[in-house]
Design a protein around this ligand. Structure first.
Ligand code: PAF
Length: 278
């Protein structure tokens, strides 16, 4: 089957065949992590749609919207190689009417942890994801666990707004040295990359501990040891469903999340761990 490139709603309707549809929303610059999302979608659906849209609503005024990598031709090659059926690649004008008024609010959960450093970011993410859901009308959608708060908020939106879509989370794909794959890794110099390894090292060290206090202390120690070239925004140990910080008595699954800037590149990463096991 030849890959179809759809620009708008009508193209999507025309491309529709029978059977289950899976959507993999992306901003392009596809890497091995996206390939694993696509493969997960492929296993579960008859038709796989990958959206490629660098969403202006989720970038703050001082963030990297204009320099975000745009590699459309290479992305199409990846989609062809992975057997994707449809690439949805709308223009900003197709997605956002000039006089648009209504958007999705991510609520309190969108204003904590990552949201505290990127005001409005999750409102922008949920708004575009809801629009993509309405345009593509998938039965299921696949998102990476690497953006754990985004994934938790999308699950929340689906529950709160009664959206008939199954959400699948796919594990983070890492380089052999532990660095989580990200479209932004291409900005890292060789030296930056060495410094950036402190993120996954800190998470691994923290995840080997059992109590919240120890997890935080051990992970923080590793981040501190990376020196001043690593500017940490936060190290957070949170409930995976709410992203509220856990207290010392918390037992069960938690997410240890970190965000830091190396050079001019801001990176995020996280791991899931079990606290105070009985
Ligand atoms: O994770 C991303 O790449 C983006 O936040 C998403 C989900 C495609 C929305 O623009």
């Amino acid at each position: 089957m030849e890959l179809i490139v759809a620009k708008g709603r009508e193209d999507l309707v025309k491309a529709r065949r029978g059977g289950a549809v899976a959507l993999v929303p992306t901003m392009g610059a596809l890497h091995e992590g996206h390939r694993s999302l696509i493969r997960q979608a492929r296993v579960r659906a008859d038709q796989v749609v990958v959206s490629i849209f660098v969403n202006p609503l989720q970038f703050g005024p001082s963030e990297d919207f204009s320099r975000y990598p745009r590699t459309f031709d290479a992305d199409l090659d990846v989609c062809r190689a992975e057997g994707v059926d449809v690439v949805f690649h709308p223009d900003a004008e197709e997605m956002y009417a000039a006089d648009r008024q209504v958007s999705v609010s991510a609520g309190h959960m969108g204003s904590i942890v990552e949201g505290a450093f990127r005001p409005g970011h999750f409102d922008g993410v949920l708004t575009v994801v809801l629009k993509l859901f309405n345009l593509v009308q998938p039965d299921l959608a696949v998102f990476g666990q690497k953006d754990a708060q985004q994934l938790a908020l999308i699950r929340r939106m689906v529950a709160d707004l009664d959206l008939p879509i199954e959400i699948l989370g796919a594990p983070t794909v890492r380089e052999p040295d532990g660095l989580a794959l990200s479209s932004r890794n291409r900005y890292l110099s060789d030296d930056d990359r060495q410094v950036a390894l402190a993120l996954s090292r800190a998470l691994r060290a923290g995840a080997a501990e059992l109590t919240p206090a120890r997890v935080r202390a051990v992970a923080q120690e590793v981040l501190d040891a990376a020196g001043p070239r690593l500017a940490t925004d936060y190290l957070a140990l949170v409930d995976p469903a709410t992203f509220a910080e856990v207290d010392e008595s918390y037992a069960g699954m938690a997410v240890l999340a970190v965000a830091a800037t190396v050079g001019t590149t801001r990176l995020i990463d996280n791991v899931t761990l079990t606290l105070n096991p009985s």
